[in-house]
Design a protein around this ligand. Structure first.
Ligand code: CA
Length: 224
């Protein structure tokens, strides 16, 4: 679970960051909208804690962008505005929750838990590699990798069954709509594309061939 904190009050964002880490949430801190946007462009977040009044604008103005980019990311607005209208405005702008400052950390924590329970995503994150099945997106060290279609699905399936050997038949059944109509060598073609388009240029190994048995997701490779 990764959280982005966009908050310009230094003592508060430090308290939030340390507190969340203590409860097992990885997090990044941005002190203004432009840094926040930068983090959002390189990483996937399960949740964004968003201050309303920031040095370079209003936090609520970027909610729509966050949601457009990753609909499953929850946005919790933190604000010193305690009037009803502001709360309504934030929720209408797409916020999933609105928490008035000052707040109790424990309360914040349970509300975060509640949001995350709701929006559990299928994002696979292994080391520097992030696979986002909903958006058909692979990010390696912050860079987008061009791998789409069947090769992407094969990679995702293997990554989801990490440490297991998956046979060609299982892959065909899982990914092809009419497996009986294709020859098993479509799998070899897909694996080959993963190796050519991703592994080779990045100099990594993601999939290992297990003779006569199938394939196994092996990133990060122990051999390297
Ligand atoms: Ca502020």
């Amino acid at each position: 679970m990764r959280i982005l904190i966009i908050e310009d009050e230094v003592t508060l964002n430090k308290t939030l960051s340390d507190g969340l880490k203590e409860f097992g949430y990885q997090n990044d801190v941005a002190e203004n909208i432009s840094d926040g946007r930068y983090f959002l462009s390189i990483r996937n977040y399960n949740l964004v804690l968003l201050d309303w009044m920031l040095p370079d604008g209003n936090g609520i103005d970027i909610i729509a962008d966050i949601k457009a980019q990753s609909p499953k990311t929850s946005v919790v607005v933190l604000s010193a505005r305690d009037d009803k209208e502001s709360e309504i405005e934030a929720l209408r702008a797409g916020a999933d929750d609105y928490i008035k400052k000052p707040f109790d950390f424990e309360i914040l924590l349970v509300r975060i838990e509640a949001k995350l329970r709701f929006g559990t995503s299928n994002i696979i994150e292994v080391d520097d590699l992030v696979i986002n099945p909903e958006e058909e997106k692979i990010i390696y060290k912050g860079e987008d990798i061009e791998l789409k279609g069947k090769p992407f699905e094969v990679l995702t399936h293997l990554a989801m069954h990490k440490d297991q050997i998956v046979s060609k038949e299982q892959l065909l059944d899982a990914i092809w709509e009419e497996p009986e109509l294709v020859t098993p060598n479509v799998i070899e073609v897909a694996i080959n594309q993963i190796r050519q388009k991703m592994d080779k240029p990045l100099n990594i190994t993601t999939i290992e061939t297990v003779r006569r048995r199938g394939y196994r997701f092996c990133y990060p490779s122990k051999k390297a």
